[in-house]
Design a protein around this ligand. Structure first.
Ligand SMILES: [Zn+2]
Length: 78
């Protein structure tokens, strides 16, 4: 029984997770910023759990990103 209350966002790289957070806006229209990062297990897979807070209204959110490490992508050519 995993904790399925999280909406897991699939990304390829950590930088994609950061970009997602940077482009995501709170309902008040202000951007979020990262407070801290944890890891969590969902369905047996290690995911990155980002704690973010809205710069405007202080609304806190937990965002879970699953890196597709298991899908062996070739490293980006330079
Ligand atoms: Zn807000």
């Amino acid at each position: 029984m995993g904790d399925s209350s999280y909406n897991v966002i699939r990304v390829r790289k950590v930088s994609d997770a950061k970009r997602y957070i940077q482009t995501k806006k709170c309902t008040c229209g202000d951007p979020y910023m990262i407070i801290s990062v944890d890891s969590t297990k969902i369905d047996g897979k290690t995911c990155d759990l980002y704690h973010v807070v809205c710069r405007g209204c202080g609304d806190k959110k937990d965002l879970v990103f699953k890196l597709s490490r298991d899908e062996r992508e070739p490293p980006e050519a330079y």
